[in-house]
Design a protein around this ligand. Structure first.
Ligand code: EPS
Length: 389
């Protein structure tokens, strides 16, 4: 692994922190660039009142000088504005105050297993870290990877294709992949299909009115990739394996598909596999003249990028915090009780799509640096120029 990163921070603690190691020197990177991505993550129909409190902004504490990366670890901090309201409850030092404990786990959340695993006496000790708030700083870290990829004209976009059982059937045939985010970011639900958008929003309204929550499916696409990122030679170098790991690490993601995904099981070989063609006049030098008319493989064959766009779909479960809670048990008294209620989102699929773009950027940037990796951006560029000659 060339790119490594760590995140820390609790949802209502003072701040979230990320450290990214392995970025080459000389990459232009600014807080404004990252803030644009953080803002995208916060949008989306169905988010909680918390999003009115937070307006996420990053501070870069190390690894960048005069607007360019130094090659040293980059530290990112995103402050939690809500911390002001939680200083006592989330106090770092012991407190004299009587802080109410959370004792009834929400089914579907880390509350139950996390509290028993760590022998905590307060579910808050688990839920603060298991909260998807952590993804704010993950997007900051992933934005540096996105910036690196943009330098080499690799672009990552996403859109929402399903909320609960409402699914968009819009074809991307005539849409420039690079433009998808421009279009999706204009939609409150990040859906490209105007007719479906309204129905999706109605489903979210209905869930909210019933004290319920809904999940959905987002599609993430990376284009501009060279042939040959990742490898078939060892299990942990396969791109599809790395992407699945990264996607499943996003809170509430329960499924992932690459290309035809689950549908591939019901296709025959002749229907599934993307036939190979060659055109020596092709202007796309990354594909070396080879091209496909279909992309059921989702841009990856044998764990290696084929030069076609990587297409990933993720399924997000409904958020476990319900305002009309499910049955549970107080883990300490063992009495039956309704699950703990916290302020929460009704739907966070649009945000999950943006988070997935960021984690995909980290996986692709790592594979890119493994193949072309050098200490500086200029060195990578001159190496790529040499290869073209
Ligand atoms: C979350 C619960 C909500 C969400 C939060 C994730 O937070 P709170 O309990 O403070 O209302 O808003 O998401 C974020 C704060 C965020 O930035 O995405 C949870 O339990 O996972």
């Amino acid at each position: 692994m060339i790119i490594r990163y760590l995140t820390s921070g609790e949802s209502h603690g003072k701040a979230l922190t990320g450290i990214l190691e392995g970025m080459p020197a000389g990459l232009e990177l600014s807080e404004e660039y990252i803030n644009r991505q953080l803002k995208r993550r916060q949008l989306g129909y169905g988010r909680s009142e918390r999003m009115k409190i937070e307006s996420d902004r990053v501070k870069i504490l190390s690894g960048v000088r005069f607007g360019k990366t130094l090659g040293s670890p980059i530290t990112f901090v995103v402050e939690n504005k809500d911390w002001e309201n939680w200083k006592e409850t989330m106090s770092i030092s012991p407190t004299e105050s009587d802080i109410e404990k959370v004792t009834i786990p929400r089914p579907g959340h880390a509350d139950f297993a996390g509290t028993i695993k760590y022998r905590h006496n307060d579910i808050r000790n688990v839920l603060e870290r298991s909260s998807a708030r952590e993804t704010a700083v993950r997007v900051a870290v992933g934005s540096a990877a996105r910036r690196l990829l943009e330098e080499f004209e690799i672009f990552i976009v996403s859109h929402v294709i399903q909320i609960k059982d409402v699914r968009s059937t819009l074809s991307l045939q005539n849409i420039d992949l690079k433009e998808i985010n421009v279009l999706a970011d204009k939609s409150p639900i990040r859906c490209l299909d105007k007719k479906t958008e309204l129905r999706m929003m109605n489903v979210i309204d209905g869930a909210k009115a019933n004290g319920d929550s809904v999940g959905g499916v987002a599609e993430i696409i990376a284009s501009g990739l060279p042939i040959g990122l990742g490898s078939h030679v060892h299990w942990d170098r396969r791109m599809d394996g790395q992407i699945a790991h990264a996607m499943m690490s996003i809170p509430a993601i329960k499924g992932i598909e690459i290309g035809a995904g689950f549908q591939s099981a019901s296709l025959s070989g002749s229907q599934m596999h993307d036939e190979i063609f060659y055109d020596d006049k092709s202007k796309d030098s990354r594909k070396m003249g080879f091209y496909r008319k279909t992309n059921n493989a989702g841009g990856i064959e044998g764990g290696i990028t084929s030069g076609e766009p990587i297409v990933v779909r993720i399924a997000m479960k409904p958020i476990p915090t319900l305002t009309i809670p499910l049955n549970s048990v107080d883990i300490f008294t063992k009495s039956p009780a309704k699950a703990h209620k916290e302020r929460s989102d009704t739907c966070a699929v649009p945000s999950a799509a943006v988070i997935a773009e960021s984690v995909l950027a980290l996986v692709i940037a790592n594979a890119f640096l493994e193949k072309y990796g050098c200490d500086s951006i200029d060195e990578i560029k001159s190496l790529l120029l040499l290869k073209k000659k």
